[in-house]
Each structure stands twice: as structure tokens, then as C-alpha cells.
Design a protein around this ligand. Structure first.
Ligand SMILES: C[S@@+](CC[C@H](N)C(=O)[O-])C[C@H]1O[C@@H](n2cnc3c(N)ncnc32)[C@H](O)[C@@H]1O
Length: 213
């Protein structure tokens, strides 16, 4: 029974309408299912975000309960926007803001990644273990839409806890349509941090050097 629910849940989290997705994620955050993500200091993704933020603006799509903004070195960016479909996650993230976070530096917005329209550009657009919840056929189009909101020299950063099995498709999609800037793989499992950007120059739709196999 649990297996049936897991398959159904994965389908609804990826393909359900916004209110279904919100209900599922809200219930899971309320029950503590994602408490394991609350503290992740030392995660390799931070050094890539801090390097490429270049003292600019960060957009965190599927930000969850606020680990990234809480743990990033605030001296490395100007402003941070976290977007998440779950209002429970967004409330948890807001509750973790510290007095040391300058007013207006960090903001959280409840919205669906599909619907959200930024009002500025960003030096980093981050998908930290959230890109799995985009239907595979829509990943490329979504990344192309968000490409408009990358600052000059801005990059996407995708952290994927797992890149094997059905998630290999995500890596392949990024390789095909974008230029890979850096790839980091952790020793354990198949976790990866991929830094990528739209291909430069008209017609160069294929990513140049990938380093991915
Ligand atoms: C596995 S959690 C990762 C959270 C956080 N990025 C981290 O690494 O700790 C995935 C997050 O993506 C959010 N999410 C999933 N689909 C979404 C969508 N369509 N729009 C906005 N957020 C979404 C979920 O609510 C959840 O907070």
C-alpha cells in the first residue's frame, strides 16, 4: 500500500495542479518529513552558489524551509529570493530569518515555479533538489523561460541528490540544451552540483564541454 502511495505521490508532486502539490508538500513539511533538510552546513552547493553569486542576486526555486538562505555566507550576495509552492515551508523559512539578516535582503514568496515571474535578474538561479518535480518534458522550456532572468554572466545551479535512474534524463536535458560551466560529483551516491548557462551565440544549442557521462 505504501508503495502504491509513493508512486501516486510522486506523480501528483510532479504533474498535479498547484493546489494538489501545495497540499501534499504542506502535509509533508507539517509532519516533519523534510526536517532532515533543515541543517545542511558544509553542503558542496554553497561554495558554488557563493562563487557565482558574485555579490549579486540569488533566486532559489523550490527553496523549502530555508536552509539555503540561513546557511549561505551573507557577505557573498546582495539579495536572495526563495520561492516555494508550500506555504508551510515558506512560513518555516521566514521564522528562521535572523535579526542579522538585513531587512529586504532575504524574501520568501509562495508560488509555483511554473507561475512565478521574477521582477529582476539574478546572478544565480538555483534548483536545489527541486528540479525532479518538473515533468521531464517541461524542464527545457522552463529553464529557457528562466534564462531571461539571468543577469549577464549569470548561471543556473542545479543540485541533484541523485543523477542515476530516471533522474539521468535531467542531466541529459541540461547537457543537450545548455553550456556546462562546472560539474561537481560527491564521492558517495550520485549526488551532483551542475553549474550551467544558456549557450552563447546564436545556433549553438548544444552544450560544448560537458564532463558528464
Ligand atoms: C526536496 S525539497 C528541497 C528543498 C530545498 N531546496 C532543500 O534543498 O532543502 C523540494 C522543494 O521543492 C518545492 N517544490 C516542488 N515543486 C514545486 C513547484 N512546482 N513550485 C515551487 N516549489 C516546488 C517543495 O515544496 C519543496 O520545498
Amino acid at each position: 500500500m505504501q508503495r502504491v502511495w509513493n508512486v501516486l505521490r510522486a506523480g501528483l508532486q510532479t504533474r498535479g495542479n498547484e493546489s494538489i502539490k501545495r497540499s501534499i508538500w504542506n502535509a509533508e513539511f507539517s509532519k516533519g518529513r523534510w526536517a532532515c533538510l533543515d541543517h545542511s552546513p558544509g553542503d558542496p552547493v554553497y561554495r558554488y552558489i557563493e562563487r557565482y553569486a558574485n555579490h549579486g542576486s540569488i533566486l532559489d526555486l523550490g527553496c523549502g524551509s530555508g536552509n539555503t538562505a540561513t546557511e549561505l555566507n551573507a557577505a557573498e550576495y546582495h539579495d536572495y529570493t526563495g520561492v516555494d509552492v508550500s506555504d508551510v515551508a515558506i512560513e518555516m523559512a521566514r521564522a528562521r530569518l535572523k535579526p542579522s539578516h538585513a531587512i529586504g535582503t532575504i524574501r520568501y514568496i509562495r508560488n509555483d515555479i511554473y507561475r512565478y515571474i521574477p521582477s529582476q535578474t539574478f546572478t544565480v538561479i538555483l534548483f536545489r533538489d527541486s528540479i525532479y518535480y518538473i515533468p521531464p518534458a517541461k524542464i527545457r522550456g522552463l529553464l529557457e523561460r528562466y534564462s531571461q532572468y539571468l543577469a549577464r554572466d549569470g548561471v543556473f545551479i542545479a543540485r541533484l541528490w541523485q543523477t542515476t535512474g530516471r533522474h539521468q534524463f535531467i542531466v541529459e536535458t541540461i547537457k543537450r540544451a545548455f553550456e556546462i560551466v562546472e560539474l561537481y560529483r560527491t564521492g558517495e551516491a550520485s549526488t551532483a552540483v551542475i553549474v550551467f548557462r544558456p549557450p552563447r551565440g546564436v545556433g549553438s544549442a548544444e552544450a560544448g564541454q560537458s564532463g558528464l557521462d
